[in-house]
Ligand binder design. Structure first.
Ligand SMILES: [Zn+2]
Length: 154
């Protein structure tokens, strides 16, 4: 297996070269970065927070009469929080450190979300997830666990 290192989803050029797919991926990432696709949008953050608040409120409001629908909405809300936890782990989107007033505010918010609210240890997750992005969908991907059916689901 070629030595491919990755910084949380970003393939890094290696002195001994990379296979063509990884070279193309680096080029594509550079084009997307230049086009601003990795920049966060303040209005998207407000929309995200509004949707999250709506999902939690709707789940709570429906919990007395419509338990299944309430559970589904709560599940969607938790899913969105996990997406934010993933972005925090990558320092991507609204979770890029420079988007915050200070690195400490960024870390406090992110660790509160991930560790306290979602119960995911950020440091362990980053270690595992970095290897996941370096070896996505291969036998060396620690987040696939060698189960082919999960490779389609992740
Ligand atoms: Zn990721």
């Amino acid at each position: 297996m070629p030595s491919i290192r990755s910084l949380m989803g970003e393939v890094v050029a290696q002195p001994d070269g990379l296979p063509p797919f990884e070279e193309a991926l680096i080029s594509l990432q550079a084009q997307w970065r230049e086009a601003g696709y990795f920049e966060s949008d303040t209005w998207a953050v407000y929309a995200d927070l509004t949707v999250l608040a709506f999902l939690f409120c709707a789940a709570w409001w429906m919990s007395a009469r419509h338990k299944i629908a309430s559970g589904a909405l709560f599940g969607l809300a938790v899913h969105q929080m996990l997406r934010h936890g993933h972005d925090f782990g990558h320092s991507a989107g609204m979770w890029r450190t420079e988007q915050w007033s200070s690195p400490m505010a960024h870390d406090m918010a992110g660790y509160t979300l991930a560790n306290a609210l979602l119960g995911v240890d950020v440091h362990s997750w980053r270690n595992l997830h970095q290897r996941h992005h370096a070896y996505t969908m291969s036998d060396h991907d620690p987040q696939v666990c060698g189960l082919p059916s999960l490779q389609l689901a992740l």
